[in-house]
Design a binder for this molecule. Sequence first.
Ligand code: PMT
Length: 411
Amino acid sequence: MSQTPSRSDLGALRGARVVLGVTGGIASYKAVEIARLLGKAGARVQALMTEAAQRFVGPATFAAVTHRSVPTDVFDSPELVVHVRLARDTDVIVVAPATANVIAKMAHGIADDLLTNVLLNATVPLIVAPAMHTEMWEHPATQENVRTLRERGAIIVDPEEGELAGGDEGVGRLAEPVLIVEAVAEALARGHDLAGVRVIVTAGGTQEPIDPVRYISNRSSGKMGFALAREAANRGAAVTLVTAPTALPVPDRVDVVHVRTAQEMRDAVVARFDEADVVVKAAAVADFKAKTVAGGKIKKANAPSAIELEPTIDIAAELGAMKKDQILVGFAAETDDHAAAARKKLATKNLDLIVLNDVRATDAGFEVDTNRVVILGADGTAEEVPLQLKSGIAQVIWDRVSNALKARNER
Ligand code: PMT
């Protein structure tokens, strides 16, 4: 029996252009139902099939359901550069079912057929619904590839437990079509919610020099800030990422300003503050710097017995004092008495939200790919966000900011 998603969830699909990538697995036939549900909700669906998918279901079936022919080869009309056109003329891409093979190609940028060429050209939100045997799903290579996609902002609709091809049972069955369609609608709704919003994100640990070769810094890798910048760009914001040195690749569609010290970070942010709607301060700004910086490398023989320190400028507090109607989000890196300390920072720095993370945990805070936070609001709210990849935490933070922007615009 086919299911119908609740209408209220699916408004974003009306008139939306959706590429439905179908890859080769027994669940390919369920993609016909996904195409039908998307069409019923008002989406214009363009199905694309891998060669393997066509062994399970014919392109004619999708053409009939979507009322659109199904191109199957990059070389069908090379003069039309069909893979580039398809990638540009869509609002969202959903790959369902996604085999382990195609997930691996996506993770590694391999483009050897029409669908994977479109995927490599596209910059729109991506939803991936894996389906495969349990062993393939649980294989470290597949898990690593899925993680890579998640970190890049793809939404993964996890496979379910149940009966698999050949009568086996386990995790790997394609999620229900209705859930996949709802994920597409949600991504579309979210995909545009920051369009026109000007955002500054800070990331990384500032470096405060002692002499030309040594500095005081901290363990921040920049991962949290970069995930925030990537997510905001995916949702249509104009993003400036002001970052201290990191080893991370620069995210797409983000304007990056490289800084080293707290003072340089302050200057870069303050110079852009009037133009910004939102500032998210994920950087771990060094709280102290050397009072005097040696002009030459301090020789071992002249090692000072102490380095005199002085406080750096508090950027968040300065922005809090300057702010007009910008939304200001800080982070609180705490090891003790978490909530009370974070609430104090929220108030003294005049922030709208503060994201509290326990930097003593081994699976959260500095360096690791995951985080677990509590988002505290100036209005007294507290939302616990469970352990997940920093990309997921970034999504929740932007959901909160997006709501705050809506509330501000309605005032
Ligand atoms: O980079 P990762 O390895 O992914 O790690 C992420 C993170 C742990 C660095 C991040 O999640 C985080 O908690 N960032 C804030 C770290 C910090 O400096 O917290 P704080 O409690 O010391 O500062 C509170 C707020 O004031 C922060 O928003 C900070 O950016 C800001 N601040 C602090 C000092 C200062 N001189 N100027 C500031 O603007």
